[in-house]
Design a binder for this molecule. Sequence first.
Ligand code: NAD
Length: 469
Amino acid sequence: MNIAVIGTGYVGLVSGSCFASWGNKVSCVDKDTRKIDGLNCGLLPIYEPGLEALVKQNQAGGRLTFTTDLVAAVQDADIVFITVGTPTRAEQGDADLSFVYAAARDIAPLLKFGAVVVTKSTVPVGTGDVVARIIASARPPGTFAVASNPEFLREGSAIDDFFSPDRVVIGAESELSRRALLALYEPMASANVRILVTKRRTAELIKYASNAFLATKIMFINELADLCEKVGTDIEELAIGVGLDKRIGSAFLKAGPGYGGSCFPKDTLALLRTAQDHGVALRIVEETVAANAARKRRMGLKVLEALGGEGNGKTVAVLGLTFKAGTDDMREAPSIQLIETLQRFGIHIRAYDPVGIPNAAGMLRDVVFCEDPYACVQDADATVVVTDWESISELSLERMRHLMRSPILVDLRNAFLHSDAAAAGFQVTSIGHSIPAPAEPERHSVVTLVQPVHRSRSEDVRQAGTAGR
Ligand code: NAD
């Protein structure tokens, strides 16, 4: 099939490359000339494990091209995916659909007879109807179709998620779009992936409902972590005990500093706005949004408390900046609010992240960025772990302790075992652990009990409750 992908960001680049590796001829379009020039020179605009190899392999095979030339990309396309951004509109809180509608207007006169336009961007229910009307103003009825195919990939594991999804959702109103998308996803159907065909509006809403549920699950465990801190229990043990119930499941039960990323914050807000517009109360989602905002605000105060309530002139080392491990995405990252809060208290910030510094440098002021985590913690009055990259959780606690001015560790991801950090001489503040830490023998007996279901740390990172999308 010939496929055009409009918008070459996280979703467009990953899905375009994956469609190409099934043998389709894919042309990825973007308005950002620098991005396209870079891709044509072999430079990826984002960090995503495995993506560079996939892009290069498909480019070399002649199946994947990058262009700013919309006409060339769209005129022969059987399917045109719209994968442009749908950010939150600052004042209104709803999704800004101007990029989606602009893309629809741009492609409308270029579509070939029988082309199917598919929104893969996350869009509020009913957007497909508007896209169809926009295209209908330039094309005769019956010569095109509009479908929805929401994307569920997670940054950091996007390629695995794309090739092995829990489900593919196709929202189709016509036989033309249903047949085209089922043919495209045939490799997945053959691999026994569940393909769910729904009405277009249902597909649009499934995406928001899924993200709102996951955000709620994260905030549920985060609030339970607060309770654990007060009642002498351990959040990890609690999460394992709860997650072993098949009706609940263990994913997204990892407590942390609150969710961030490009999806959960904006999608929960957009869903609330849709509900409001239709006079429906989504109180659970409202509480989730409010609890997450409050939690992110509180994290800076947690660090200040660990410093004894006085921050002026002190230095804090921040380990991890991106909204979760495995990505360079800084959108809505908890590190941003944390750093800004600490700076308001006169605290100097040094920060390390294995891949996030270029993006973070454009968003944060007066931060000393360090390429090396040990250099980052040198002479710090406290170290805060905000993202649980392996390159952070594998650091030597003893070495860190010796380099720092004061032995204060605030571990907002529980990247280190509380007991290990305490044994290395740290005063530890973590998430969901009472102080003092639970006695060693209890930890061991529980870990032994759960060994058959306990995941590896890297799997934990992929499924991290605070991961977001
Ligand atoms: P992004 O900001 O990384 O990329 C969007 C790209 O679209 C940009 O490169 C921009 O230059 C380009 N663009 C905008 N208007 C254009 C136009 N008219 N023609 C050509 N290019 C245009 O966004 P993203 O993170 O890939 O997200 C895209 C959509 O997918 C959003 O709706 C998002 O909610 C959804 N989504 C994102 C993820 C994720 O993990 N990032 C996962 C699932 C769904």
